[in-house]
Design a protein around this ligand. Structure first.
Ligand code: FEO
Length: 400
């Protein structure tokens, strides 16, 4: 894509990544892609805010060259040192011999650790301002959104917040870069939720602290370093992030995420009965088959729904392995304080139910009920499964 002047003297110079299979080596983006947004401010002095991943350095530098001669660059602002934003730094500094790298003290330490750069760097203080001419940049320390060195940069006169990972989302930009020009805002919001749960949710308290730091700051444009630029409704993505972050210790939404693992369909049949019970209570439910659906997508539902139904059989005296993988990632991402039930089959000895109870305790999930049965569910097991669904749905409704 060509550079786009988003406000006078402020240019989006981002690049799309449509070739990486998994972001951070973990999260699937092969279909969705991701953008690494960078921003150029041209004033009496010039500044580049965030860069790109190393493998896209050639694209990034070619993109910049369309609107700017890097020989004239004064500052590189490192909001966040993770290499998806800083990978182009070494090459860029070779082409910009005047430029100084600015970042929070921890970021400057990481610049040395990752790239061996110890010269032409300057440590910023929280709240420090930098005059570029008619433009003033203010640097606000927002640790752990996403790493400990992370800051956000605010362009005072134009009220633009360059928020880096904060308010970002998966999804390459399909020609349009704004919330009011993209083809499918709902899709980008869903990808923002997936990004939030995969990347940022474990640091929800830090997200809320960062949002609090800008409570009295007028913001006309939210310009993250992944995903859409929010100019028509900048408050929308801030509200979404605030709501999602609040779910780390609040009841979340009145829905249920049903997770299915099954070998010979006995647990699947029991789950169907449980879903009938949930439906009878009018609680929305999303079913994920953990055997085939990547946990990246499951986390979005686990995060927003306050109910969880784990339906999986015993395998070798323990939880069905694919289900355990999901539960361990849920714990890692701090999906806490949910209403939860277990349902599953075993052949000769149980084990999955006990494993579920241990994981539920670890995540502070309130266990509403647990039903395991030997072999097939039979009529009795199906009735117990249906009742389990009813009880879980009622618990979810009353937990709000
Ligand atoms: Fe987009 Fe935490 O890097």
């Amino acid at each position: 894509m060509k550079p786009i002047e988003i406000r006078p003297g402020v240019w989006w110079v981002g690049v799309n990544d449509r070739v990486t299979d998994r972001f951070e080596g973990l999260w699937p983006i092969r279909e969705e892609g991701i953008s690494y947004n960078a921003y150029l401010i041209k004033d009496e002095k010039s500044a580049l805010i965030d860069l790109s991943k190393e493998m896209l350095t050639d694209d990034f530098i070619a993109q910049l060259a369309e609107v700017f001669d890097l020989a004239d660059l004064d500052y590189v602002i490192v909001n966040h040192m993770e290499p998806d934003h800083s990978g182009a730094l070494v090459r860029l500094l070779e082409l910009a011999p005047r430029a100084t790298v600015l970042g929070m003290p921890k970021a400057i330490g990481m610049v040395a650790d990752f790239y061996g750069l110890t010269e032409r760097v300057e440590r910023l203080k929280n709240g420090q301002e930098l005059e570029l001419g008619a433009s003033t940049l203010r640097f606000v320390y927002t640790p752990f959104v996403h790493w400990p060195e992370t800051m956000m940069t605010y362009l005072v006169e134009q009220k633009i917040l360059f928020s880096c990972d904060g308010f970002g989302g998966f999804g390459a930009l399909d020609g349009a870069i704004y919330d009011d020009t993209c083809a499918d805002l709902g899709w980008f919001e869903a990808e923002a939720l997936r990004y939030f749960t995969n990347i940022v949710a474990a640091f929800s308290k830090s997200v809320l602290a960062a949002i609090g730091k800008f409570a009295d700051t007028p913001i006309e444009v939210v310009a993250p370093s992944h995903g859409l630029i929010w100019r028509e409704n900048p408050g929308r993505i801030v509200e979404l992030y605030q709501r999602w972050a609040s779910y780390y210790n609040s009841p979340a939404e009145a829905g249920i995420t049903a997770l299915l693992g099954t070998m010979y369909r006995n647990t699947e049949h029991a789950l169907s009965a449980a879903l009938e019970g949930i439906a009878a209570e009018g609680v929305p439910v999303r079913v994920h088959d953990v055997r085939v659906t990547d946990v990246s997508y499951i986390l979005s539902d686990l995060w927003v729904n306050r109910g969880v139904l784990v339906a999986a059989p015993t395998y070798e005296g323990d939880m069905f392995p694919k289900m355990m993988d999901v539960l361990m990632m849920a714990d890692r991402k701090r999906v806490t304080r949910r209403q939860a039930s277990y349902l599953g089959s075993y052949a000769w000895s149980g084990g999955a139910k006990d494993a579920f109870d241990r994981m539920a305790e670890k995540m502070e999930w309130q266990v509403v009920s647990g039903v395991d049965f030997v072999g097939g569910p039979q009529a009795t097991g199906l009735a117990r499964a249906r009742e389990l669904g009813v009880q879980l749905a009622r618990a979810v409704k009353s937990a709000g």
